[in-house]
Design a protein around this ligand. Structure first.
Ligand code: FES
Length: 198
């Protein structure tokens, strides 16, 4: 004997407009549109992430990092520390004077140099060189550095940041464009820089 309840269920299933073929294909269509939209949004969100992850591989040969001159060797007498300036390779002509950046160049002897970022390793204030005391001093919170960039006193957590350098002809070049960060190894030991090139 047939169960009348089964009849009722089959009937209601067939009568339900949500189960009609047109409704089914409409849902399939909307599902595909939603998938497409999700894919498009995902692709847009992925661009900056991929750029962040893979950007450095492409920057190596671009103007992001470049050897730039800080001047002739004659400008930096042995035993002295002098202020030098270079053109930021990351800048554009529209930057005007702000594209010119300062750094401190220390000529130890025999073409051995240290080139320091002007910024204090504590909170980026520009440090000043005092030749009488042979110290770099920071005006903001009293940070003091020895002539080799090592911390002498105050809050800086590490020595002054250093640029890689090399000598080409009579020009002193530094590897510029990439700002030093706290992940850069501290250079607060002996004079000279293991990462520097000459
Ligand atoms: S910014 Fe130089 S000591 Fe704080």
């Amino acid at each position: 004997m047939e169960n009348p309840l089964n009849d009722l269920t089959d009937k209601s299933h067939a009568d339900n407009p949500m189960n009609s073929p047109s409704e089914h294909s409409r849902r399939k269509f909307l599902f595909k549109v939603a998938l497409l939209l999700n894919g498009a949004v995902g692709a847009v969100l992925a661009v900056p992430v991929l750029g962040y992850l893979f950007g450095p591989f492409f920057r190596k040969n671009s103007s992001y990092n470049n050897w730039v001159s800080v001047g002739n060797l004659e400008q930096f007498p042995p035993g002295e520390t002098r202020l030098a300036k270079y053109r930021n390779p990351m800048g554009t002509p529209a930057d005007g004077q702000t594209r010119t950046l300062p750094c401190w160049v220390r000529h130890i002897a025999n073409n051995q140099f240290q080139v320091f970022a002007i910024n204090c390793a504590h909170m980026d204030c520009p440090v000043h060189w005092f030749p009488q005391s042979k110290l770099f001093m920071c005006p903001c919170h009293g940070g003091v550095y020895y002539q080799d960039g090592a911390v002498a006193a105050g809050p800086p957590p590490r020595g002054l940041f250093q640029y890689k350098y090399k000598i080409v002809g009579n020009q002193l070049l530094i590897w510029a464009g990439e700002l030093p960060t706290l992940s850069t190894e501290a250079s607060n030991a002996s004079p000279g820089c293991s990462s520097c090139q000459s």
